[in-house]
Design a protein around this ligand. Sequence first.
Ligand SMILES: [Zn+2]
Length: 236
Amino acid sequence: MIHNKKQSFFESFFSLLAPVTCVACGNNLLKHEKMFCTSCLYNLPRTNFHQTKENAVQQIFWGRVQIEEASSYFFFQKKSVFQNIIHQLKYHGNRDVGLIVGQLYAKELKEAHYFLDVDYVVPVPLHPKRLHERGYNQSEYFAKGLAEIFKLPSISDNLQRNIYTQTQTQKNKESRWENVKNAFTLKNTEQFANKHILLVDDVLTTGATLEACATAILLAENAKVSIATIALAQGI
Ligand SMILES: [Zn+2]
């Protein structure tokens, strides 16, 4: 016990001395900078889709499921420093990345009066087994960041993932859909009746997971679904 306490004391002591670095480029942050350096924040490859009618994210869902509005914060470009944002959030336990990115994006969206009639923010859920493996749901932190700025509830215990699926990274569009089409249900359909749900995820690729989630949500009476993701993968 004492040993652990000592260890955590020294750990926190040295983390205070260690320079805080930008989550994207890795350069040291200045005092007023938080998570991102000014240069990365400025150069982030924003889609600005919330300012584009019939944008590329909305088009992904055309003919598949009814989506009101949809947008992604930035383009996911492989080998760019911005890939680190997703990697830090997803594989390195840096949950605060999701929170801060959610806040930053929500400020831009709010200023543009986008997603204004949304009632709840809902993250794409992980299967309980995956949640146990990772320790947290990365999309939930993005949802929390968005919800905080929009002053809305973030609800992560209604939409459920019932089927444990393997990682989707290597799969094509058809097998991704086969993999997830029946994976999601609402625990309580009443809760989402007559509500406009902002469904959120980390990276949008084929849209199969979001389509399956939206289909489950739309079983609630008069429910509406909009979509926001941190990044949009390109060239897939
Ligand atoms: Zn940077």
